[in-house]
Design a binder for this molecule. Structure first.
Ligand code: PRX
Length: 659
């Protein structure tokens, strides 16, 4: 293996980093020849120009869109609050749909959809325009006005994208809630955003069975006074209860709606969507994105990172319930007039070759997926991949968590046949779009690094005191200049916005990630430095899982940490102290896991639950998670325990057999 150990000590408030990867893969000349950016010189030039005059750089990009009124200023920066393209008026739905429906792309496929059971639908830009306009009229008739919040809770069907675009068309703020979330998680999000409407499906298909989503919504909206109506799309034909006056069928309303609807002329900073993500305290954060800045970066980053061409068929396996689905399943591709392949279901249904079969049948050219899926494919075996013809693929992407070099190499060899560049894209719900990524025709890649920042994006790795780290010294990943698709605030909570992102370092956005920059300026992400863990590419606040555990009758106290996991990236280990009258056994373990699934969703289920007579705490009462992390990973504690209050507690926390 071409990796070697580094033993840099924790010093200067930096973080020690352990791996150095030596392999390097320059883009093939074949690929570079036709790429939008075809050499490092071109990238460096663009990067330098954007750094020297960011207003000009972003302003020039914004010129490419349709504006009802041009902006007066590119950026008004009143740290940490940004206003991009002030004075301008536009509509992102108009730019993503009408612009193409009014062009030669009218009959081009916007969405090719494949259902889990094999159904196919093709929606052209012309048809998308009709459907979105109709649904926008439905929203208006239902009393939705610009600025109103609309929650959307459905599986991966084209109507999810239609609903999102229709909200944007009328200026409503969409709040998509991942269809794996529980009733409790829905009501928490709906209440925080005070949504006026919920759009859902009767059900969603998953691995051959179906989940009744409407029942979950019924349970959720008992406690959401702001919701006035629910629109239900028929997908699976489940039995659902339609409540008079409150619930309406999508098809009934669409049957009555006109298919022309003028897009609202919205201020550049008009709120576009709220998307909830986990933070290090219990309550999820409503990340607020606004119209024009998000549009500019979503479109531009998509174009250059995926080197998109009109002939491409682009397959993004993310769910629209997460930010990747928002930016690179819906807005980014549509703003570029691209063709999206949208698949409804699970990667292993009916067998482990579903993605590869889809790629072969639809002649997919670009695949964007997550390291957790790649690791699962590796485990399933190469034969599932190699039995399909993947010659149509020309570019591969990953997102969501660090990709370990061996998984990268597998992706490169087995899927990419050593011919397709891999774009490892680093970004966050908060950044709205990709910040660090190779440009596939230009950047030599190294397995495990997202490489260099995109032009206009000023990231750095710094020490605790804000000074830049030296090459290969681990530190904290920050962004030093505002960018157009940055979050504007946490919905309804400016104080938390300032504290979470802008208080750690002076005048820099703190990402929450540890990283190092190597001698080529490549960024290597080392994972989260706060109490947020990344499980299967999804961010979970360990404190949310703790709150869910503690809300169970038998539980007195809980601490949740992560340990590395081959497939999921990280697994969750919960240390649970029970109330005196309860005894920990297998049944209670299962009950607790199910309780967490009900409170948050199945993704948050702890993989392991250990009973703890007490938790290791400092004298001031803080739980020493560092020790728990060590215990969960290696079953022993080697780190510094001098601040531990009671040494006895550690002994009881080691691996436990099922009782
Ligand atoms: O820790 C980083 C990790 O995922 C976090 C953001 O999570 P979320 O907001 O859910 O967005 C995921 C999809 C954009 C980051 O702070 N992360 C994301 N992409 C990468 C990554 N870590 C390493 N490499 C990546 N390419």
């Amino acid at each position: 293996m071409a990796t070697d150990e580094k033993t840099s000590k924790e010093q200067n408030g930096s973080i020690s980093s352990v791996l150095t990867e030596k392999r390097k893969f320059p883009p093939l000349a074949e690929f570079s020849k036709n790429a939008h950016i075809s050499s490092m010189e071109e990238y460096e030039k663009l990067y330098a120009a954007a750094a020297a005059d960011p207003d000009k750089y972003w302003g020039d990009l914004a010129e490419k869109f349709h504006w009802f009124k041009k902006w007066d200023t590119v950026l008004e920066w009143n740290a940490p609050y940004a206003k991009w393209f002030s004075g301008g008026k536009t509509n992102i739905c108009y730019n993503a749909v009408d612009v193409h429906a009014n062009s030669w792309r009218k009959n081009k496929a916007a969405i090719i959809w494949e259902g889990e059971e094999g159904h196919q639908r093709v929606i052209t830009y012309g048809e998308l325009h009709r459907q979105v306009s109709k649904f926008a009229n439905v929203l208006k008739i239902a009393g939705i006005r610009p600025g109103d919040r609309v929650a959307i809770y459905m599986g991966m069907v084209p109507e999810l994208i239609i609903a999102v675009l229709a909200c944007a068309r009328v200026g409503a703020v969409h709040n998509v809630i991942f269809a794996g979330f529980s009733a409790h998680a829905i009501s928490e999000r709906v209440n925080d955003s005070r949504a006026k409407m919920v759009i859902c499906a009767d059900g969603t298909r998953r691995r051959g069975s179906s989940i009744n989503l409407k029942n979950i919504v019924d349970e959720a909206i008992i406690t959401t006074p702001s919701v006035r109506s629910v629109i239900v799309l028929k997908v699976t034909g489940e039995t659902v209860h339609m409540h008079d006056g409150m619930d309406h069928w999508w098809h009934d309303l669409m049957g009555l709606a006109m298919d022309e609807c003028d897009p609202a002329e919205l201020e550049a900073e008009h709120p576009l969507f709220v998307l909830y993500t986990s933070g290090s305290t219990g309550k999820p954060k409503g990340i607020l994105h606004t119209t024009a800045g998000y549009m500019v970066h979503a479109a531009n980053s998509f174009k250059y990172v995926f080197d998109i061409k009109d002939e491409d068929i682009y397959f993004c396996t993310a769910d629209v319930g997460w930010i990747t689905g928002h930016t690179y399943m819906a807005y980014g591709p549509l703003l570029n007039g691209a063709t999206i392949l949208m698949y409804e279901g699970a990667p292993n249904y009916p067998q482990w070759d579903r993605f590869w079969d889809i790629i072969n049948r639809h002649k997919v050219t670009i695949l964007y997926t997550a390291p957790t899926a790649i690791r699962a494919f590796i485990r399933a075996g190469n034969e599932w991949v190699t039995k399909h013809n993947l010659n149509s693929l020309r570019l591969l992407g990953t997102v969501g968590e660090p990709i370990n070099p061996e998984a990268w190499m597998w992706y490169h060899r087995v899927v990419g046949q050593e011919r397709c560049p891999i774009v490892d894209t680093w970004w966050q719900t908060e950044t709205g779009g990709i910040m660090v990524s190779p440009l596939p025709g230009a950047t030599p890649t190294k397995p495990g690094t997202a490489t260099r920042p995109l032009p206009g994006i000023m990231v750095d790795v710094v020490r605790k005191n804000g000074e830049p780290c030296e090459a290969n010294e681990g530190g904290y990943l920050v962004i030093k200049k505002p960018w157009p698709s940055m979050l504007r605030t946490i919905y309804g909570d400016n104080e938390r916005y300032e504290k979470t992102y802008w208080s750690e370092f002076k005048e820099m956005y703190f990402t929450g990630d540890g990283a190092r920059k190597d001698e080529d300026g490549y960024i290597w992400i080392m994972g989260r430095v706060d109490d947020v863990v990344n499980v299967s590419g999804h961010r979970l606040g360990t404190s949310e899982v703790e709150s869910a555990l503690v809300s169970y009758e038998a539980v007195a106290e809980a601490a949740v940490v992560s340990r590395p996991d081959d497939i999921k990236g990280n697994a969750l280990v919960a240390f649970v102290t029970l109330k005196d009258e309860y005894v920990g056994d297998m049944n209670l373990r299962e009950a607790l896991r199910n309780h967490v699934a009900k409170e948050i969703g199945p993704i948050a289920k702890p993989d392991e639950i250990r009973w703890a007579k007490g938790l290791p705490k400092t004298r001031s009462g803080k739980i020493m998670r560092r020790l728990l992390r060590e215990l969960a990973t290696s079953n022993e504690v080697k780190g510094d325990v001098t601040t531990l209050e009671d040494f006895g507690v550690l002994e009881n926390l080691r691996d436990q057999e099922d009782d």
